[in-house]
Write a protein of this length. Structure first.
Lengths: 145, 395
């Protein structure tokens, strides 16, 4: 069972971002880096905006990140999210990966407890057909209450 | 007599037109295309011009009312400019006018109509998942599917970094509604909104509540732009375009509408800082010279950021600025969104704000700022490119 319902829109890889999704299929969170100057960038683009090299490397991100910002979403913009309402969409950033932020979900957390700066850990959501998506949960399990 | 400030003659808006504005799905008897064409005819009539006089059509991204079809529908014999400004949704509102000015000043066109028709009841609702978004792969599978959710992210961080509270967001929404209550054409003209109503309303995407989000409506609006020389013959009072700019700071790309990878220093911003210097410099004005403003209010928090990014107050000071009553007509320091804006008049991707800016400079707004001589108008905020302009009262 994937975290959202099965009819949730899936990534439809194209030539410029396929390597990102291939990484996800192997449960590896790979971000595009310039092979020339090592600048990281996301979403993927074919040319380095710093040195204009088109040579790229894909390097794995740390499994830990922190919440850069977030929103608690209270309405269904698509039928597939109805059973998850309210849910948290978050932007996370990674130590040592300047220039890269990832839009994801924060799961296993009371939406009222989410804070900017909160440490989170990566988990892989199996959405079927061999594809996985990176979602995050609080690094420290919430104290059970 | 046309007032010419600075070294060159500036273009003027000589006609404004709009359809009726209704709630989403309210226009059932005509197509969006027809409603848009009628708004253009209305703007031309206001200017004392005919479709035969038009040789340019200008719009901005995602416009489905194509210029080539509009030419046929209106019987425009010769089109010399058919252009659309790139932008994230409403970002190009004033960009379409900037483009018109460029064409007129360079001799590529004489009379350009900038227009927008948006009947969400006949097309897609912007508050719902939309297919085909650029870099949609990086948002759709995570349930970040519509602008209120996407821009809530920016507002959340803005409120984290600076002393901005829900009370300040509420003030933007309440100001818009108070102005709409004076504007008989506003969708929310008859609907009062209290502070209690604001806080009792449902969450959309935290920190945005229902009244922090623009309306979903049906309607169209258009303006006619021509040279200062030709504007002297207009039927209605011409309004000078003192400055009109569009553009983006570095690294925005699909920005808040997708990967959220704007530079950290610009993240909690409208992406207007890079525009502001040119906007004011080109007009020879400073923020203190602006008498009234129409600031793109898709979401309340973005208006607060714009007040800072455009220099009406310092960084992080917009909350205190609006709490002082600065936005309120008639006595505030900077009355804004005097028609009710997109929170309470209608959501026409900002073209209704342009029309209201012209009314202020003509002296015909229902929340007229006394002796207003300058009006700043912005396009969509927190997207790339964005755009803005300053209008000036003529004479």
């Amino acid at each position: 069972m994937s975290w959202f319902a099965d009819d949730m829109p899936r990534p439809v890889p194209h030539m410029d971002d396929a390597a990102f999704w291939e990484g996800c299929a192997e449960r590896r969170l790979l971000f595009q880096h310039c092979a020339g100057c090592s600048t990281a960038r996301h979403p993927p683009t074919p040319i380095c905006p710093v040195c204009r090299s088109s040579a790229t490397q894909w390097r794995e991100a740390p499994a830990h990140a922190e919440v850069y910002t977030y929103t608690v979403i209270h309405y269904a913009a698509h039928a597939a999210v109805k059973d998850r309402l309210p849910y948290v969409a978050a932007v996370v950033s990674f130590a040592g990966l300047s220039g890269v932020r990832l839009v994801t979900n924060l799961t296993d957390c009371d939406p009222g407890r989410v804070r900017i700066g909160m440490p989170v850990r990566l988990w892989w959501d199996d959405i079927g057909d061999g594809q996985y998506l990176p979602r995050f949960a609080p690094l420290e399990r919430e104290a059970s209450s | 007599m046309t007032v010419v400030r600075g070294a060159r003659s500036r273009c003027c808006i000589v006609g404004i037109g709009q359809s009726e504005y209704t709630r989403w799905g309210g226009i059932k008897d005509r197509s969006q295309f027809q409603v848009t064409a009628e708004a253009i005819l209305s703007a031309l009539d206001d200017a004392g011009l005919r479709p035969e006089d038009v040789d340019g059509l200008s719009s901005f991204s995602n416009d489905s009312n194509e210029a080539n079809l509009m030419q046929v529908a209106l019987g425009i014999p010769k089109l010399r400019l058919a252009s659309m400004v790139w932008s994230g949704a409403g970002g190009g509102t004033c960009g379409s006018i900037s483009l018109a000015c460029s064409a007129i000043e360079s001799g590529r066109a004489d009379v350009v109509v900038a227009y927008r028709g948006l009947c969400q009841g006949q097309g897609k609702r912007f508050g719902r998942h939309g297919q085909g978004r650029v870099n949609g792969n990086f948002v759709d599978p995570f349930g970040l599917m519509a602008p209120p959710q996407m821009l809530a992210m920016i507002v959340q961080r803005f409120m984290h970094l600076y002393p901005i509270t829900a009370e300040h967001l509420a003030e933007v929404a309440l100001n818009a509604r108070a102005n709409a209550n004076r504007n008989p054409f506003a969708v929310m003209h008859d609907r009062a909104l209290t502070r209690e109503d604001y806080f009792a309303a449902r969450w959309i995407a935290e920190p945005l509540r229902l009244y922090d989000c623009c309306l979903e409506t049906d309607g169209a609006a258009a303006v006619v732009i021509t040279s200062a020389a030709r504007a002297r013959d207009a039927r209605s009072r011409p309004v000078e375009i003192l400055s009109a700019v569009q553009g983006s700071g570095p690294g925005w790309g699909s920005g808040a509408l997708s990967g959220h990878n704007m530079p950290d220093a610009d993240y909690a911003s409208t992406n207007c800082r890079a525009l502001a210097a040119e906007l004011f410099g080109s007009a020879g004005l400073t923020p203190g010279d602006i008498d009234v403003a129409q600031i793109y209010d898709h979401f309340s928090g973005m208006v607060l950021m714009a007040l800072e990014d455009l220099g009406f107050c310092g960084k992080g000071e917009s909350g205190a600025f609006v709490a002082s009553g600065a936005l309120r007509w008639p006595d505030g320091e900077l009355p804004i969104n005097t028609s009710g804006g997109q929170l309470s008049e209608a959501y026409v991707h900002g073209m209704n704000l342009v029309v209201e800016g012209v009314r202020q400079m003509r002296g015909t707004s229902t929340s007229q700022v006394a002796d207003a001589k300058t009006c700043l108008v912005t396009g969509g905020l927190g997207v790339a490119p964005s755009s803005a302009m300053i209008l000036g009262r003529n004479g």
